[in-house]
Design a protein around this ligand. Structure first.
Ligand SMILES: [Ca+2]
Length: 278
């Protein structure tokens, strides 16, 4: 008994204390990785792509379309064929000439890469946005049917023609100075912080365009569009998943599982007297 008390009272050596601190640090770092180095609403991945949560969902959506510098990492790692756009593009311009299949391959590759590196929780995965998520991200009802003329709302509001710097659209509209693609996030973000949800490039979504299941959906319009119907926020087009054009790009989303339900805390019953009636 005496020996035990002496050991308790003896100060711990410095080295074990250092190990203890290191252990705590490692635990904190592990938990941070497990949570995606992020709060519940934001996340930045290994390519420097920043995501915000789509309100009302667990999904995180990239703030901008996938850039040349992001997609190039994938192409160099996998050797995937990537046609040249045929016009100058900087590193921060959106990757174009990308098919739906290419975009899905990028998302799957990034999921596997970051999970192997311990930078993405094993229950998270990259994919393309659902149309319901896209609708929420631009302020439309999630269940918007996509009827082009259902809502006369443009990314900048309701006025026509669009005001200066409304986005990167056709030179014919004279609202911006970019003849083709522009660096992502060159224009003001929308109310939820997302850039280029209108203009610059059409962006692939997960969804089929119609029941034929031959086409996939694209949203957002591009640098070539000038007609009012094409610039509506609700505008959707479709094309075959192996189609690549210089006006097609994509942004990625991160699918996360729903959090576990809050534990139900039961209140102990009391033997208090029933409330008196008036
Ligand atoms: Ca333009």
């Amino acid at each position: 008994m005496r020996v035990v008390n002496e050991r308790i009272l003896t100060p711990l050596p410095i080295f074990p204390m250092f190990l203890r601190i290191l252990f705590v640090f490692v635990c904190v770092a592990f938990l941070a990785v497990a949570r995606g180095n992020a709060s519940d609403d934001t996340f930045t991945n290994t390519l420097g792509m920043t995501f915000h949560r789509v309100p009302g969902t667990q999904t995180l959506l990239c703030l901008w379309p996938t850039r040349i510098q992001d997609y190039r990492v994938f192409v160099r790692a996998t050797g995937r064929h990537w046609p040249d756009a045929g016009f100058p593009q900087g590193d921060t311009h959106p990757a174009v000439c990308v098919t739906w299949e290419d975009a899905k391959a990028f998302a799957n590759w990034l999921t596997q890469k970051e999970q192997a590196e311990g930078k993405l929780p094993p229950t998270w995965k990259y994919r393309l946005p659902l149309e319901t998520e896209w609708n929420i991200a631009i302020g439309l009802p999630a269940t918007s049917s996509g009827e082009e003329t259902a809502t006369q709302i443009f990314p900048w509001g309701t006025q026509w023609p669009p005001p200066p710097n409304a986005g990167n659209y056709s030179p014919d509209l004279q609202v911006d100075s970019f003849p083709r693609t522009s660096p992502v996030a060159s224009f003001k973000s929308n109310a939820l912080g997302f850039y280029d949800m209108g203009g610059n490039v059409w962006q692939w979504c997960e969804d089929y365009f119609d029941r034929s299941a031959d086409y996939r959906v694209l949203r957002g319009a591009s640098w070539r569009m000038r007609d009012p119907d094409d610039l509506l926020s609700s505008k959707r087009i479709g094309n075959k998943p192996d189609t690549c054009l210089t006006v097609y790009g994509f942004r990625v989303a991160i699918e996360r599982p729903a959090p576990p339900p809050e534990p139900v805390v039961s209140t102990p019953s009391t033997n208090s007297a029933p409330a008196s009636k008036p």
